[in-house]
Ligand binder design. Structure first.
Ligand code: SF4
Length: 163
């Protein structure tokens, strides 16, 4: 199965701080979860994608949060620069790739203002988490693409096995 995966989860240094969020080296995930992830990587066709880089943002970059998660969306970085257009472009590019390649499922980094599929930071840069979706996750979900995060690997495997 074709799976879109947040590049940072694959160990690519694309995060705002120039680091990654590698699942393999994540100390809060168990060995069996990491094994499961490796199985998923080996047995499926993986498309690595970082919406923020695709949307024109640099590495490293000032971290951003969603200020308004309803239309018109507003995303600003911590220095108050409006980066909404970069986030919207990254989301559109992710959806375009899924449509072009027939990708129906995505494994996305949790809590990111682009990739978070269940929770995001609340827009105050205080570390507070709220329910909500990053702009890429939201657009993918609205277009029928199943999304999972790095804490939902078992659920992703169940989805893959049902297909
Ligand atoms: S935009 Fe997504 S893929 Fe890129 S660094 Fe943030 S969480 Fe990772």
């Amino acid at each position: 199965m074709k799976i879109l995966i947040s590049s940072c989860l694959l160990g690519e240094d694309v995060r705002y701080d120039g680091a990654n969020s590698s699942i393999v080296y994540n100390p809060s995930l168990s060995f069996s979860q990491k094994e499961l992830f490796m199985d998923i990587l080996c047995e499926n066709e993986i498309y690595s994608f970082c919406p923020e880089v695709s949307g024109g943002l640099s590495i490293p970059r000032v971290p951003s949060e969603i200020i308004s998660s309803k239309k018109p969306f507003i995303v600003k970085d911590k220095e108050d620069k409006d980066v909404t257009i970069n986030f919207l472009l990254g989301a559109k590019n992710a959806l375009d790739l899924c449509k072009k390649e027939g990708i129906k499922v995505a494994l996305l980094k949790s809590k990111s203002p682009s990739c978070g599929n269940k929770n995001i930071y609340d827009g105050t840069f205080s570390g507070k988490i709220i329910e909500g979706q990053g702009l890429t996750a939201k657009l993918l979900i609205e277009n029928g693409i199943e999304t999972f995060n790095e804490n939902e690997l078992e659920e992703l495997l169940t989805f893959i096995n049902k297909k």
